[in-house]
Design a protein around this ligand. Structure first.
Ligand SMILES: *Cc1c(COP(=O)(O)O)cnc(C)c1O
Length: 362
């Protein structure tokens, strides 16, 4: 019997491994595996979500007009240059399909966000992973990988899962070194957490030419991962291409309402960022004092480095047995590390206690 056969490219893809959320037999779970904010969703977003319940028989606004206006007002950007997506994941996928394809290359750094590889391979491109320095993207290595076949370069800045930040001058050097017809995608999912005054999430480079796109999301600092809303700020030709292929009603009615409300919640980002910065460093210091190496991070997460894959797996099992879920890093070529999201003060305390115990007895 012959059955329908997927394209070979599809069968090359390893499905995305998301953060786990359940442990059999454990009631109270502390989920620190997906970089969701520490505070849950903003009150105003919850209220907006409830308010639209009676209207969900209606199709959403396919152009996300009010949401794009609200994003534009918040970040000082023209709504015309914004495209919303079902999470920024949808936009990553479309950018690969639009600009990549068989016979083309997409470049990312070795420990870059894994959706680039999945989406790029799906598009039929070859995805090249370039070496990093100190778990940070290396501009020279990325530029050295460029050939006539290169179409897209992805850079998550800050990067997930490493938490590293490429300095603004290096991002600009990357853009300058790339051919003009290569699209540079600056994925700034964690932009709000960056406190370095020299940092620009991507706006400047998008405005400076026709070949750079910035991606943002409501899934991290805004606490709306379950709603699936992301957006691109892009040159007109890229906006036009994305609007031709994206899901017509890609951002659902409740998601649009919740995202608009989240933007209006007073002090939300400031509070979240202040909490995250304080407790990230507190938790890193607690681990370091227990003899566990940690990597510096500017995001709402960091890598704990256990030196060997076996030791990391043992630590992961130890945490799991105590109801704490963090992210194993095997799929990111960092099997000796665990990625820990910064949660509430109580959650940080519980992780610190558990890992101190592990260091002493595990
Ligand atoms: C979480 C994350 C995203 C995906 O965000 P969604 O909007 O939820 O799809 C994109 N890029 C990076 C680097 C992320 O960590």
């Amino acid at each position: 019997m012959t059955a329908p056969r997927p394209r070979d490219d599809v069968m090359k893809i390893h499905a995305y491994v998301g953060g786990e959320s359940k442990i059999p037999g454990v009631n109270r779970i502390i989920k620190l595996s997906s970089n969701e904010g520490a505070f849950g969703p903003p009150q105003a977003a919850q209220a907006a979500f409830a308010r639209v319940a009676a209207e969900i028989h209606r199709y959403p606004d396919g152009g996300s007009v009010e949401l794009r206006r609200a994003i534009g007002a918040r970040f000082g950007l023209s709504p015309e240059r914004i495209v919303c997506g079902t999470g920024s994941d949808e936009l990553i996928q479309h950018l690969c399909l639009i600009y990549g394809g068989p016979g083309t290359d997409i470049i990312m750094s070795l420990h870059g966000f894994s959706m680039y590889q999945i989406a790029g391979t799906y598009a039929g491109s070859r995805v090249l992973k370039t070496p990093e320095r100190n778990l940070t993207a290396d501009v020279d290595a990325m530029l050295a990988a460029v050939t006539a076949a290169t179409r897209v370069v992805f850079l998550a800045n800050p990067n997930n899962p490493t938490g590293s930040l490429l300095p603004q001058s290096e991002v600009e050097r990357l853009r300058r070194g790339l051919p003009e017809d290569v699209l540079l995608v600056l994925d700034a999912a964690y932009a709000e957490y960056v406190t370095d005054p020299a940092y620009d999430a991507g706006t400047k480079l998008v405005d400076a030419g026709e070949n750079t796109v910035m991606l943002r999301t409501f899934s991290k600092v805004f606490g709306l991962g379950g709603m699936r809303v992301g957006w691109a700020y892009a040159p007109p030709a890229v906006v036009d291409a994305l609007n031709r292929v994206r899901g017509v009603f890609n951002v659902n009615l409740a998601a649009q309402a919740a995202a608009v409300a989240a933007l209006a919640e007073p002090g939300w980002v400031e509070r979240s960022v202040a909490h995250t910065t304080e407790w990230r460093e507190w938790l890193r210091a607690a681990l370091e004092s227990a003899g566990i190496k940690t990597w510096p991070s500017v995001g709402n997460f960091f890598l704990a480095d256990f030196a060997t894959a076996e030791r990391a797996a043992a630590a992961n099992a130890w945490l799991k047995a105590r109801g704490i879920i963090v992210r194993a890093m095997g799929s990111y070529d960092l099997p000796h590390c665990l990625r820990i999201t910064v949660g509430t003060e109580e959650e940080c305390g519980l992780v610190a206690d558990a890992l101190k115990d592990f260091a002493a007895h595990g």
